[in-house]
Write a protein that binds this ligand. Structure first.
Ligand SMILES: [Zn+2]
Ligand SMILES: [Zn+2]
Length: 346
């Protein structure tokens, strides 16, 4: 008899059905994962609200954690049945020029979505999923699944932190203190940087301080440039991470970055507006502008290691946990203005 699993399926904007689907069989090089938690990222919210047109019916979710249930044939892996793992690595071919350079998130052959019966997708919001073994990353087995589900977003953050090369004792500003902003704060702190958070919302500023930010500023009422100078011995910041995509954040970042500093466009902007930057500002200051849109395998490995080793705790970034059966309510909640991640457990 074919084993069945529950899956939350988005059939149309704002419509979610809990369906019974057959548990898939892992093929060569693949593992079957009994998934236990999926965190709802902006991608799932945009598919749910119809902002992003993805195929329907679809089962989505890419910030996932679970347990290895079965290892497929011809699998060259160190993973064993019972190992806890985090999922969310990009699909990649391993052959193209970007894969060869370790930039799997830029792979030119990303592959297609999986399909079970008429449902397509990544199947993060389901009890089981199959994944290539090299895209599953071992995590500590004594951590709650909701916490290890945040391995993927932390991996994106680590890629950005590596790109701007934060060093011991540097001062970094993080603009925006939502889930991704706070993951940036935690990662920057673990590099030995001093972290200042720029955030409009007072409750979020308080939370940022409680979670380890060294100082906060309110860009709505304070002059950001003089505030940073005041907090940083007269100098501006060595790096600025934009964790909320809008033109005010972009403008503030340019005002807050010091000579030879780095600006990271971490968040994507919707809508996006052209940057208003004088090329002579770049010429004169040597400021570097860069961005990040995802994570590679190394970032996933590093994120799993940092969470599993207790260096970075994602515990406080989980706002609420819903059972899989309440996926619709969870997606509605995630799409409203929450501070941190809404997680489904299954
Ligand atoms: Zn994500
Ligand atoms: Zn490739």
């Amino acid at each position: 008899m074919i084993k069945k699993m529950k899956a939350a399926v988005i059939t149309a904007p704002f419509q979610v059905e809990i369906r019974e689907l057959p548990v898939p069989e892992p093929g060569p090089g693949e593992v079957l994962v009994r998934q236990h938690a999926v965190a709802l990222c902006t991608l799932e919210q945009r598919i749910f609200t119809g902002i992003k047109k993805f195929p329907a019916p679809g089962c989505w979710g890419h910030e996932v954690s679970g347990v290895i249930e079965k290892i497929g044939p011809d699998c060259q892996t160190d993973l064993q049945v019972g190992d806890h793992v985090a999922l969310g690595a990009p699909t990649f071919c391993g052959e193209c020029v970007y894969c060869s350079r370790g930039l799997e998130e830029h792979c030119v052959r990303k592959g297609s979505f999986r399909k079970i019966e008429d449902v397509v997708g990544l199947f993060g919001m389901a009890e089981y999923a199959i994944v290539e073994s090299k895209r599953a990353f071992k995590t500590a087995n004594d951590l709650p699944f909701a916490q290890t589900a945040l391995t993927e977003p932390l991996a994106c953050v680590l890629q950005g932190i590596k790109k701007i090369g934060l060093k011991l004792g540097e001062t970094v500003v993080v603009i925006g203190a939502g889930t991704m902003g706070m993951l940036n704060v935690l990662a920057a702190k673990s590099c030995g940087a001093r972290v200042i958070v720029s955030e409009l919302d007072e409750a979020r500023r308080k939370k940022a301080l409680a979670m380890g930010a060294d100082a906060v500023i309110d860009p709505g009422s304070q002059d950001v440039e003089s505030s940073i100078r005041e907090l940083n011995g007269g100098r501006k910041a060595d790096a600025v991470i934009i964790a909320i995509g809008n033109k005010h954040a972009n403008a503030d970042a340019i005002k807050m970055v010091d000579i030879c500093g780095r600006v990271l466009y971490f968040a994507s902007a919707h809508p996006s507006e052209p940057l208003d930057v004088d090329p002579n500002f770049i010429h004169d200051t040597g400021v570097v502008l860069t961005g990040v849109k995802g994570k590679n395998l190394r970032d996933m490995w590093d994120a799993a290691a940092l969470i599993s080793g207790g260096v970075i705790s994602t515990a406080e970034l989980i706002e609420e946990i819903y059972p899989l059966e309440k996926a619709k309510e969870a997606l509605e909640k995630a799409s409203s203005s929450t501070n941190f991640r809404i997680v489904l457990s299954m």
